[in-house]
Design a protein around this ligand. Structure first.
Ligand SMILES: Nc1nc2c(ncn2[C@@H]2O[C@H](COP(=O)(O)OP(=O)(O)OP(=O)(O)O)[C@@H](O)[C@H]2O)c(=O)[nH]1
Length: 646
């Protein structure tokens, strides 16, 4: 039989708890109040006393008519819920052995007890975060999942041919067979290969867009194409792109571009990329390299094949037979059409008329067009579309979720709007050196991600190597990107997306980076001396930044005589009665147990000599800074501030 508390028993038999407590006491039990649990014997005794029977545990039932509340209730609030004056509640509580005032919060059991006294039932509602969109996305059954097209982003260094590649893929593929198709820029497009398989390309080349989406929690890319010009090799933004893709754990296919050029040297590209763990299959690695010429359309076919191959390995799947969800690729306010958003459907099928929450806005899909500007009625997984019908303009990277009915969509959309406003006020916390240790201690952080920029690559690497050697238990340093040159907006966005801090060595953030760091709350640390940078990080990890101090009393001296000297003030002829007195310690003057002064020692002498410290049982002369009202019998208590080891 389950253990039963007094109030539960009382409730079940419609008795007052107070009564039951008294009865139990009369029966010799040592229960004290309504919360006490009873032994089986006690229950039996009570049953006999009240002439009731039955296994009480079995009589507990869920009450569907229960009044519901959430969070906590105080006495007044409980009164309101039950429709009773607070004073009545207080009386009931008193009878149950609980002394409470009107504002006192009550625990769940007590709330139930009091409601029970009135013959009512209450139930605490489990609170859910109603604004979290992901919770409305049902998990698919494995059997409903079918292959979906991969979503690809093209990245690489400036001028290595990203745009040319995107264009040439689109030109060879999109118009073919799509009669009268005029490509429309909606942030992404989809092609169909000869084999009839689809691939979706995100239209904004470069890693900044890629990562700014990720910083908003959106992961839309399945595969990254790293374009490297064969005549130029690995350049700074190539490295950035690699790091961005790696941070997002997206597989990389290397497109060795501009092979038509005379200076093309694909071996050099392969060689250089080995440094970044991108090793070609020819060389025993597992990275796919595709030599090509985006300009002449060479190698495109093979690249598309390789994309499909990687997609197959990744087992990209979705369920078209469900309400859609996905991510905003771009959005803007159009004068004529209102809010226009390009969406990538990531799962399910999006239909015209669907009630939808997009980021912090909502609406109904009014009109939908595809990447050829054609009006469509529905769009399945991995399809990019442009929609109208939203009440506001969302942001790239925002998630969207279709709801069953418009009312729910509106409710959740409005709640999210409200929450966004509140959050803006209370800005969320990213990692910073100030609270790093706190976060490590609480287990919130196991890796400290760092982005390192320096004036020259050499010092960035030296600093990275030293930082990696810092050994603090419970936390690991991850250098997710190093580079030479000023700290850029792209660095900040990567930091924000990866919850990293940025260290600048002999470099400064440019203006855009400064602004971005502000809005994204990214901690940027600037240094000119390597060991200082290392020290700062190490101390932050150990919780030793701005150390906390506590006072420690080191000794006491008693004033035996005082001498007034015109230029000096009062000299206290003292005797050290405990510990020691040191010249640089803090001092408190205690007279009859009261602190009459707190400050610093000015001079400390033995006979005529200045000394640093005086030990127990020695005499000394002491003067204080800015305090001369010293009296015989005063006690000088000396203290130092000691750092608290955390
Ligand atoms: N010879 C040759 N030139 C190419 C090839 N691909 C691109 N180019 C040229 O390289 C230049 C840069 O190409 P883009 O496609 O604009 O390069 P991008 O990477 O998009 O450059 P940004 O948008 O500035 O980052 C252009 O003049 C292209 O015509 C190629 O395969 N062969």
């Amino acid at each position: 039989m389950a253990k039963v508390r007094v109030y539960e028993y009382a409730k079940m038999h419609e008795l007052s708890s107070k009564d039951v407590v008294n009865t139990l006491k009369e029966l010799g039990s040592d229960v004290t109040n309504h919360m006490s649990t009873m032994t089986d014997d006690e229950v039996e005794l009570l049953n006999q006393h009240y002439a009731v029977s039955g296994d009480v545990a079995e009589t507990v039932e869920e009450d569907d008519n229960a009044l519901t509340y959430s969070g906590t209730l105080n006495v007044t609030e409980l009164g309101e819920l039950l429709g009773k004056p607070a004073n009545d509640i207080i009386k009931k509580l008193m009878f149950a052995g609980v002394m409470a005032n009107k504002n006192q919060d009550l625990d769940e059991d007590t709330i139930e007890l009091i409601a029970g006294e009135y013959g009512m039932a209450v139930k605490k509602e489990v609170e859910v975060e109603k604004t979290d969109l992901t919770q409305y996305i049902e998990i698919d059954d494995e059997k409903d999942l079918k292959e979906r097209p991969p979503v690809v982003t093209i990245m690489g260094h400036v001028d290595h041919g990203k745009t040319t590649l995107l264009d040439s893929i689109r030109n060879t593929r999109v118009t073919a067979g799509e009669a009268g198709g005029i490509t429309q820029h909606i942030g992404a497009y989809q092609i169909r290969t000869d084999a009839g398989k689809k691939i979706t390309f995100l239209d904004t080349p470069g890693h900044a867009a890629f990562t700014s989406m990720r910083s908003r929690g959106a992961q839309v890319t399945d595969i990254a194409i790293l374009v490297v010009a064969a005549d130029d090799g690995v350049m700074p933004q190539t490295v950035e792109a690699i790091n961005h893709a790696k941070a997002a754990e997206v597989p990389i296919i290397v497109a060795v571009n501009k092979m038509d050029k005379e200076a093309a040297n694909p071996d050099r590209v392969m060689q250089e990329l080995t440094e970044y763990e991108l090793i070609s299959e020819d060389w025993g690695g597992d990275t796919i390299f595709v030599p090509m010429s985006a300009l002449q359309g060479e190698g495109i076919e093979e690249l598309l094949e390789m994309i499909l191959l990687v997609a197959e390995v990744e087992e990209l799947k979705a369920n078209a037979n469900r309400r859609a969800n996905g991510t905003v690729i771009e959005a803007e306010l159009d004068k004529g059409r209102g809010a226009v958003a390009s969406l990538l459907v990531q799962n399910g099928t999006l239909r015209v008329g669907d009630p939808i929450v997009v980021g912090n806005t909502f609406g109904r899909v009014r009109a939908m067009v595809n990447d050829l500007g054609k009006r469509i009625k529905k769009a399945g997984p991995s399809t990019p579309v442009e929609i109208t019908g939203l009440s506001n303009v969302p942001q790239a990277g925002d998630r969207f979720v279709v709801f069953e009915d418009e009312k729910t969509a509106r409710q959740i959309g409005e709640l999210r709007q409200q929450k966004q406003l509140e959050e803006r006020r209370g800005e969320q916390s990213k990692v910073s050196l100030e609270d790093l240790f706190e976060k490590i201690k609480q287990g919130d952080i196991k890796d400290l991600n760092i982005i390192l920029k320096a004036d020259v690559q050499g010092s960035a690497e030296a600093l990275a190597a030293s930082l990696k050697k810092i050994d603090v238990e419970g936390v690991k340093i991850n250098i997710i990107h190093t580079g030479a040159g000023a700290i850029t907006e792209s660095d900040i966005i990567l930091a924000s997306a990866s919850n990293a801090i940025v260290i600048g060595f002999n470099v400064r953030p440019d203006n855009n980076a400064k602004k971005a760091a502000d809005t994204e709350n990214v901690d940027v640390r600037l240094h000119r001396i390597i060991y200082k940078a290392i020290e700062e990080i190490e101390q932050a990890m150990k919780g030793m930044l701005d150390p906390e101090f506590e006072e420690k009393v080191i000794g006491q001296a008693e004033v035996r005589e005082t001498f007034k000297v015109s230029k000096i003030g009062t000299i206290a002829g003292s005797y050290v009665i405990e510990g020691k007195i040191t010249r640089d310690a803090g001092v408190r003057v205690i007279r009859d147990g009261v602190v009459v002064f707190e400050g610093e020692i000015d001079t400390l002498k033995r006979f005529k000599d200045d000394v640093k410290e005086v030990a127990t049982n020695y005499e000394c002369g002491i003067t204080l800074k800015n305090f001369h009202d010293i009296k015989e019998g005063d006690v000088f208590e000396c203290f130092v501030m000691e750092e608290i080891k955390r």
